[in-house]
Structures are given as structure tokens and as C-alpha cells.
Ligand binder design. Structure first.
Ligand code: AMP
Ligand code: MG
Length: 492
């Protein structure tokens, strides 16, 4: 039975200089690692067909499925602040778009599928480790309720890739609301191709911000829409302790999804200045700097859109500044309402933000684990006996006690009872996140011993992050000192 993707490829109807048409490069000996059954079903795809020999050929890039329009997309980008006028999909091919059961159009892309005209000096390939890493973390993010690209499948290519060492090659099938990036707009703006910027903007409006089409100036509404979604996204990252690691404008999605999982990592101990990525030496993309960098990226989008915002250049700048001024308040509102929910407060009162920030300050000073502190705080909200497991996480338990007294008094002002507060807190404070040492453990087993059981087990644990599960207790714990991951590396 043929694998039935019902492709409808709207991006391929855009002008030819938006992409380069090419097929994925076949690989020697593909082997299936995993098909994402739930995601397949939500896209109207048959899991068994995808896992069949023909499905494997497609997911490895050895066969182009019926109806596909394979292409590598053009984009530019600011990498660590430096503008690169041409990046593009150097190791990815968009197969086409499918409309999911929810009516949403999504890209299906092979990542690690061979060289393209945008490969520059790269080999167009991906190593197994980074492919599994993206699979685990993007699926965990989805389960945590964070907008993100998804992983439909991972296959091993049977070919070696050469990095610092020889590694097994792999291909990830990525599903995204789209692959338009801030850098896609920059690509055309840098060439002075205002027609293309307009065509791309019209396409982005139709696909992601249809309400903007009714606005007095649809392009301002587009900019405001992207700013709003990026502000919301970065707030959600902070609230679960996520550090993206490479927030370059080419990794900043117009749809508002988290995209391009390279050296990303989750906080263990709360440390606002935390950086894991080996290439982020200046700490540009440190945990607490992420809102500033998201705003910086949206400002680059505003620059690219300037000719569309107003025919008069000065007026266009004023319009852009008006929209950009909304980023900070949008971020703060999303961040603080989320932070207050994490400590059991449903409707903000005077002093609540300071109360929440005081907890974070004490956590930072006492090396408290971010995820576990908030999770254990749920039990402390239910009953005061829950305090001692929280205070254990603080180097000086008294630092928690002093805060807990004020907090508990504040919770008396809530309209719901202790059990209801605790339940609401458990729905926003995950027990399970993809902790760096667990991810590394799963990757090492796969790479060194061809053992995918830890990878499968971790995916299962992370699929229900808000449910306590005693059988998974070990996965909720912070790393022992010798397990601690100090550095993460780019997927390239
Ligand atoms: P990233 O840091 O993964 O977002 O990638 C930045 C740019 O480098 C993008 O244009 C990628 O397509 C390109 N790139 C990354 N790795 C490779 C590779 N192995 N071969 C070719 N291009 C690559
Ligand atoms: Mg990228």
C-alpha cells in the first residue's frame, strides 16, 4: 500500500527565488529508529505505512513520495549578532505540506537529508545524537504545552558523518507550522527585493495571522502578531527553565514555535545567567537574556518589513517603534501571570510579583533545583508537612522558611482551598523535564551500544510531564554532581 501523504504545497507556489528545488540525497542502508504514532495520526498519516519498507525509504530520503515538491528554503540570519546574507536550508529538504486533522497546514521536512545549494562548507548531514536530542526535547516541549516543531520520525542512514569523530548518520522528519523565519524576511530585505518581502508577508498573514488581513495596515498587524507570539513563547521557556542556546534570527520562527534544537538545555539549579552552549562564550543567549534577544530578533523583522509599514520612511520607523514597544509589556504579562500560577496565585494582588521574585532570588542564592522546587511546592501548598522536602533543596533551609511563611499567608486570600490550589499548581509545574543528564544517558546508549531502550523510556516519561509516577521517580531528580552536564554542543 503506498504511503498516503495528502500534500498541498503552498510554499512551492511562491516565486522560484524563494527556494531551490531538489530531491533529498539517498542514503546507503536506512534503518528505522522510531515513528511518532500519535503525531502521525493527528496528521492523517498511517503509522504502519510510515514504518513499512516504503515508509522507511521516504523518511530516509531514498524515495520521493507522491505529491511532494521537495525544496530547500532560502533565508538569511543574524548569527550571534552578525548578519549573514545567505544561509538557507543547508541540510534539510521540505517534502511538502499536509493539512492535519485540526485543519492546520504543516510542513513535513527531512533534516539531515544531504547537501543543498545552501550547504556552504557543510556536508548536509546530521549525526544520530543531535537527531535523537531534537526528537526528545521537541516532543517534551509539546507535552509541556509549549509551541514547538515536532518529530515525526528518526532513521539511521547507515552512513558515517565526520565531526570531531566518526558518528552514525541519521535523518529527522520534522513537522512545523511552517519554516518561515525572521531570517527569511531578512534574506529578501537585504537584497532590496521589496516585492518578495511583500509576497512573503502576504503568505505569512494568510498562513499564520489571517486576522491581520482585516487590519488597517496588515503588515503592522503581522509584526504585532509575531511580536506577541514571540513574547509569549519566551515567557513559556523561562517558566519551565528552558534555554534555547542559539536564538539567531534564522532560528526565530514567524509562526511562534520553538525551532532548531541545537545546544538547548534545561536548568537544573536556578541560575539566571546560566549558559550551556559551548559556542555562546559571551552569554548572549543566557537563560535570563532570552526575552531581550527575542525582542532584538523581532526588531530585525521590523527592519525587514519597514517599506511595508508606511510609504514614508520616518512614519514607518514610528510605526515599527509603536509595535515594538508592546513587546516588553506582552512578555511581562505572560511571564508574571505564569510565574504567579506556579506559586498557586490565580488573580494578582499588590506585592505578588515581588513575592514570586523573592522566591527566585532565594533559589538562586541557595542552588535550589528549578523544576523540583516548584513541583514540591505543590505539596507544600496542600499541607505544611510538604515544606521539608522543599527546604531540603535550599543550601540554607531557613531561606525557604522565611519565604514560605509570607507565601502561606498570601494563599489564604485565594478563593479556593488548599487542595484545589495544589492541583492547579501541579498542572503548571512539571515533575518531568528532559534533564540534560537523562538526555545524554539515552543518547549514549543509542550511539555507543545501539540500545534504544533508554531513549524510548525517556520519551514515555516525558509524554506525561505533569503526572506523578513513582515508577519514574529517578527521572524527576536533579543530577548527582558526577552526572552534571556542563556543556552542550551544536547539532552540526
Ligand atoms: P543551525 O545552527 O543548525 O541553525 O544552522 C545554521 C545554518 O547552517 C543553517 O543554514 C543550516 O542549514 C546550516 N547547516 C548546519 N549544519 C549543516 C551541515 N551539516 N551541512 C550543511 N549546512 C549546515
Ligand atoms: Mg537553524
Amino acid at each position: 500500500m503506498p504511503v498516503g501523504f495528502s500534500f498541498d504545497n503552498s510554499y512551492s507556489r511562491l516565486p522560484g527565488h524563494f527556494y531551490a528545488r531538489l530531491d533529498p540525497t539517498p542514503v546507503a542502508a536506512p534503518r528505522m529508529v522510531r515513528v511518532n504514532a500519535g503525531l502521525a495520526a493527528s496528521l492523517g498519516l498511517d503509522e504502519d505505512e510510515l514504518a513499512s519498507p516504503e515508509g522507511l525509504e521516504i523518511l530516509a530520503g531514498n524515495r520521493v513520495p507522491e505529491g511532494a515538491a521537495p525544496m530547500a528554503l532560502a533565508y538569511a540570519g543574524h548569527q550571534f549578532g552578525n548578519f549573514v546574507p545567505q544561509l538557507g536550508d543547508g541540510r534539510a529538504v521540505l517534502l511538502g505540506e499536509v493539512i492535519g486533522r485540526d485543519g492546520v497546514r504543516r510542513d513535513v521536512q527531512l533534516k539531515g537529508s544531504g547537501p543543498t545549494p545552501y550547504s556552504r562548507r557543510g556536508d548536509g548531514r546530521a549525526a544520530l545524537g543531535p537527531v535523537l536530542r531534537e526528537y526528545i526535547i521537541s516532543e517534551a516541549m509539546a507535552a509541556l504545552g509549549v509551541p514547538t516543531t515536532r518529530a515525526l520520525a528518526a532513521v539511521i542512514t547507515g552512513e558515517d558523518v565526520w565531526r570531531e569523530t566518526v558518528l552514525p548518520g541519521a535523518v529527522l522528519t520534522r513537522v512545523a507550522a511552517s519554516h518561515m523565519r525572521v531570517g527569511t524576511f531578512q534574506y529578501f530585505a537585504a537584497r532590496g527585493d521589496t516585492d518578495a518581502v511583500r509576497q512573503l508577508a502576504d503568505y505569512a498573514i494568510a498562513r499564520h495571522y489571517p486576522e491581520a488581513a482585516q487590519a488597517e495596515n496588515p503588515y503592522r498587524a503581522l509584526l504585532a502578531g509575531v511580536a506577541g507570539r514571540q513574547a509569549e513563547l519566551v515567557a513559556r521557556w523561562l517558566l519551565i527553565g528552558f534555554i534555547h542556546g542559539v536564538m539567531n534570527t534564522d532560528n526565530s520562527s514567524i509562526s511562534g514555535e520553538t525551532i532548531d534544537y541545537g545546544p538547548c538545555a534545561f536548568l537544573d539549579a536556578y541560575e539566571p545567567g546560566k549558559v550551556f552552549s559551548s559556542i555562546d562564550q559571551a552569554g548572549r543567549y543566557a537563560y535570563a537574556n532570552q526575552p531581550h534577544m527575542a525582542a532584538w530578533n523581532v526588531t530585525r523583522l521590523a527592519e525587514a518589513l519597514l517599506p511595508l509599514l508606511d510609504p514614508d520612511e520616518d512614519e514607518a520607523v514610528v510605526a515599527a517603534e509603536q509595535v515594538l514597544a508592546g513587546f516588553g509589556p506582552a512578555f511581562e504579562s505572560a511571564y508574571f501571570s505564569g510565574l504567579l500560577r506556579k506559586i498557586g496565585i490565580s488573580a494578582e494582588q499588590e506585592g505578588d510579583r515581588a513575592l514570586a521574585q523573592d522566591l527566585l532570588k532565594r533559589m538562586a542564592e541557595n542552588g535550589a533545583d528549578f523544576t523540583l522546587t516548584f513541583r514540591r511546592l505543590c505539596d507544600a501548598a496542600a499541607e505544611p508537612q510538604g515544606d521539608s522536602p522543599v527546604r531540603e533543596l535550599f543550601a540554607d533551609g531557613a531561606a525557604y522558611d522565611a519565604w514560605a511563611g509570607v507565601w502561606r499567608a498570601r494563599l489564604h486570600n485565594e478563593t479556593t482551598g488548599a487542595q484545589a490550589i495544589a492541583a492547579a499548581m501541579r498542572a503548571v509545574n512539571p515533575a518531568f523535564i528532559p534533564r540534560n543528564h537523562l538526555v545524554e544517558e539515552a543518547l549514549n546508549a543509542a550511539i555507543e551500544r545501539d540500545d534504544f531502550a533508554p531513549f524510548e523510556q525517556l520519551l514515555e516519561v516525558l509524554s506525561r510531564p505533569f503526572d506523578d509516577n513513582l515508577a519514574f521517580a529517578r527521572y524527576a531528580l536533579p543530577p548527582q554532581p558526577e552526572q552534571r552536564v556542563l556543556r552542550t554542543f551544536c547539532g552540526t
